[in-house]
Each structure stands twice: as C-alpha cells, then as structure tokens.
Design a binder for this molecule. Sequence first.
Ligand SMILES: C[S@@+](CC[C@H](N)C(=O)[O-])C[C@H]1O[C@@H](n2cnc3c(N)ncnc32)[C@H](O)[C@@H]1O
Length: 268
Amino acid sequence: MTSVKEHLLRNEEDIQRILSIVLSKTTAELYASGDYELSTSEERLLEDLVSKRSKGYPFAYIAKTQGFYEHEFIVSEDVLIPRPETELLIEIVKAKFTDKNNFKVLDMGTGSGIIAISLKSIFKDWSITATDISEKALNIARQNIEKILSSKGIDLYLSDWFNELSHQKYNLIISNPPYIAEGDKHLKDLEYEPISALTSGKDGMDSINNIINNAPKFLEKGGFLLLEHGYDQANAVRDLLEKDFHNIKNYQDLSGNDRATIAQIKIF
Ligand SMILES: C[S@@+](CC[C@H](N)C(=O)[O-])C[C@H]1O[C@@H](n2cnc3c(N)ncnc32)[C@H](O)[C@@H]1O
C-alpha cells in the first residue's frame, strides 16, 4: 500500500489532479492527508488513469468536466472538449448584440452545449435552439442544460445541419462546426476526441459550405451568421459568404489567428 505523500512525489503528468479525482479531495485536503494509504481499488483506479494520461488521454475526459466562459461543463468522449478559442464567439455576440431583446438564435453542432448555454445564461430573454447530428452529444448538452440552466430554455434537435429544422427563422445562426481537413497531420494529437466533431471533407470546408449555403433560408431579414473556422480558412469563408451576405468581418483569437467570421444577410 502506498500513501498520498508518496504518490504526490511521483513525476507523472497531472498526478495531483488525478489523485484529487480518485480520492474526491481538494488539493488542500490531499496535502493535509499525506499519510493516508490508498485502498487496493483506489490504487487500481489511480494507476489506470495515470497510464491513460501518459498516453495523451485528455485530462478533461478523466475529470469529466471542462471550464468554458463562465461555467464548468460536463464532457465525455462523445463531445469535443471545449476550447478557449471558442470563447471568442461569445465575446463577439456580447459586443455586437448586447442591446437586442428576444433574439432568436440557432447554435449548430452544439456538442456539449457550450455556446447555446453560455448565451442563454447571459441573455435570459433570448430564445435559443441547438442542434447536433450526434444523439450522444445531445445527451451531454441536455445534462449541461439541466446543471447550468436548471433545464430552462434551450430547444434541442437531432439534425444533420438544417435537415430536421422546420422553417423557423433566426436573428443569428452561430456555429463552431468541424473544420479540419481529413488526413490533417494535427489529428494524431486529437485521437481521443470524436472524429465527427473534427473533420469535414478533404479541405475541412464541407460543413462550413453547407451552413453558409443554407443559412439564408433560416435567417430573418438582416440576420447574422457567425462561424468559427480554421486559422487559414478566413478567405475561403469570405468567398463563400459574398454571394448572399455583406458586412463581413473577421476576428482573431488570442494567438492572432483569424478564427471567426460574422456576416449579415443581404436584403434584396
Ligand atoms: C467542432 S465540434 C463543436 C462542438 C461545440 N459547439 C463546441 O464549440 O465545443 C462540432 C460539432 O458539430 C457536430 N456535427 C458534425 N457534423 C454535423 C452535422 N452534419 N450536423 C449537425 N452537427 C454536426 C459534431 O457532432 C460536433 O458536436
């Protein structure tokens, strides 16, 4: 049997955080109970998680939670782990639409629900719809809606992009769609996350293409489309938008990469 103290001295990635999860103790409690000896089942779980982590398994999937904007979200292997870059979308919406009442918003490919839930918790009178093609992802979104919003206020649809939506119109369509090219070399670092949340066709643009082409039918007059995209996709996104949209504006993430584009539907 080994003690907490001995484990804390191990040179393993996230050992302290993993120990906290296994023993359900805060960091302060861990250090205050250095002489505690782990039971056999606690040792087994600890070694299993340490071994997974050493192979690159994301800590968020071990902790089953990840912070995004103002909340902690439940995550599982069924959803993309929320990324800090995506907080840019929330900042853009806050900066542009803060004075809007009763806005109707559609979050496409909601995953764990981070965008829809963050917006609903800021803009309580907005009516928010969220979709995903993955029933398992929607289950996680549902759990987050329950946890963060006490079940109130987001309509969820299982849908391949717009396919299952009735012709309701929205003031804002927002999406962080899959945008990595199939076969991209960075995918080897993302092997534990759902591939359907990451890739979209040979150049990563299939989903973006679909959303831009179909969004006009689902937007109110003067409505907006806001997309997260790859650092090298801003020009391609702009080219696609120019047919039906104007007032196109790019935004950079904290690393200075083009990461999001907003555009307003042209009024004919
Ligand atoms: C990049 S993840 C974004 C998840 C979440 N919105 C976030 O920002 O963390 C893309 C999401 O799109 C969903 N998705 C992929 N293909 C889709 C499709 N054809 N229709 C609807 N959603 C789709 C995936 O299941 C995944 O949840």
